[in-house]
Design a protein around this ligand. Sequence first.
Ligand code: SAM
Length: 227
Amino acid sequence: MLDYYNKRLEEYEAIYAKPERQTDLQKLLARLQADIKNCTVLELACGTGWWTEKLASHASSWTATDADSAALEIVKQKTIQGLSTAQLLNAFQPQVNELVDCVFAAHWYSHLKLNEQQAFFEAVHTCLKPGGCLIMLDNKYVSGSSTSISRTDTIGNTYQRRPLKDGSTYDVLKNFPTQEQLHQSGTAFAFAVQADTDLKLELHHYWYAVMRTSSPPPPLVVLNDTV
Ligand SMILES: C[S@@+](CC[C@H](N)C(=O)[O-])C[C@H]1O[C@@H](n2cnc3c(N)ncnc32)[C@H](O)[C@@H]1O
């Protein structure tokens, strides 16, 4: 997937120009600007920084990260107001100097294999303050707007055949979780989940989820207590 998105960098933001998605995008931006207001934010898999550019100035600090240095170069060239830093980071092994209020990931969860979700949620926990939240948004499958699903593997991951302008075609993992699956996977990994129906956003093309860690944190179990 890293290779595919690297090859797609020049044409990536065309998805944000689709006319039928504009109403949803405006609703998402308004909601996000409120949800991240005055938060310290770590953005994972930021890509070309489409969301970064529209949100960073609303946060108290914003770190944009991606595993592709070419994507980060595009982000840096945008000179985004409010962006504290843009840095190379593997979303499965994030490292932060200080815990953050919010981890944000757009169009990322759909590219996780079902058996990678646990590792991702665990990684996010290591970055968040108690009571902090993971905010994610991603595509719903909409017939006529989404690329059709070309195959499903043995554990239920779905894939699309995606052409690029250079004539190449990629087999890209793209999962479309239901509301129930989002609730189940988030709660299984110690998050309280508010997904888009609870948030009353009434989105057609996207889902939006706020997953909050418990606050205060669970009591520590003291092992080897010799006192
Ligand atoms: C679908 S794009 C999303 C870009 C952006 N968040 C957006 O919504 O416009 C997925 C991004 O994930 C990045 N990526 C792939 N594997 C990654 C990894 N292990 N850690 C961090 N980023 C990764 C790719 O480089 C690409 O920029």
